[in-house]
Write a protein that binds this ligand. Structure first.
Ligand code: HEC
Length: 103
């Protein structure tokens, strides 16, 4: 086990063959942003209660619409402009997409 781990670790460091690691970091950061700002309405761990849109329905090509919705808000959905920065927006999107129905 340890040998395998060390070999992978070496490959990662030497060859840069660990491209998934940063993506995973982004998803985890996004989960925190989500739990802090979005979970009260959209449901803890993206478990929708039905009354408010289920974010797991976000499609891969829906990024522009997602950004627009989150930054500008609509009706009961608050605008997050000035609260959530571009990095956090990117992270929440990564988190939402990592749990999407069509991922
Ligand atoms: C105060 C409750 C509330 C909070 C907090 C909230 N939302 Fe919403 N959200 C809503 C409601 C209600 C809608 C539906 C608005 C409408 O269509 O009129 C919505 C809609 C959306 C939509 C559009 C969904 C679709 O398919 O039409 C997205 C994307 C979204 N919210 C993302 C987020 C994100 C990301 C956060 C956290 C940064 C967040 N929301 C926080 C209430 C909330």
């Amino acid at each position: 086990m340890r040998k395998i781990f060390l070999a992978n670790f070496a490959a990662c460091v030497v060859l840069g063959a660990c491209a998934d690691a940063p993506a995973q970091d982004r998803i985890e950061a996004g989960e925190q942003v989500y739990e802090e700002h979005c979970a009260t309405c959209h449901g803890v761990k993206l478990r929708s209660t039905g009354a408010i849109p289920d974010l797991k329905q976000q499609k891969a090509d829906g990024r522009a619409r997602f950004d627009q919705m989150v930054m500008a808000g609509r009706g009961q959905m608050p605008a997050w402009q000035g609260i959530i920065g571009p990095d956090e927006l990117d992270q929440v999107w990564a988190y939402v997409r990592s749990r999407a129905y069509d991922r």
